[in-house]
Write a new protein. Sequence first.
Length: 154
Amino acid sequence: MHKVISTSTSIIIIAACAFFVATYTIVRTLNLSFPISSQALAVEKLSKKSAPVDVACQTRAFQGDEKISVWQIMKDGKAFVKVAKEDISKLPFSNIDNFRLIDQTPAIEEQLASSSEENPVQISITGFATLCDGTAFAALSYSDGLFSEKSQSI
């Protein structure tokens, strides 16, 4: 019985050695290394690099109905609407005091052309959006997808 135990023990030892030699050979051939700290660092770097730019910066749109006093101003040859100081708090962002009106009617356009800080026009906006570059847009009649369609053409 002693010979049987030593034969089975020697077979197990030889198989284990063969397994370790084969694993070592494969790891050396493929040039693999598994240090835990650098692997965790590599995963962190990969996740930061693979994040699309669009996720970090998205157009933010808001829906609601607010009456505000505004007048028209020109910036870089484009018509913007400036908001009266007392009505800035009605907008979703308190640091924005002018925006582009994207669906103005000819009647509103005429009123805005003759408006001024001393003679503002009262309008009711139902939608407000900001782009990544800080440009703000407002709509008189909000509908889904309005800002993505109109802001591209303005």
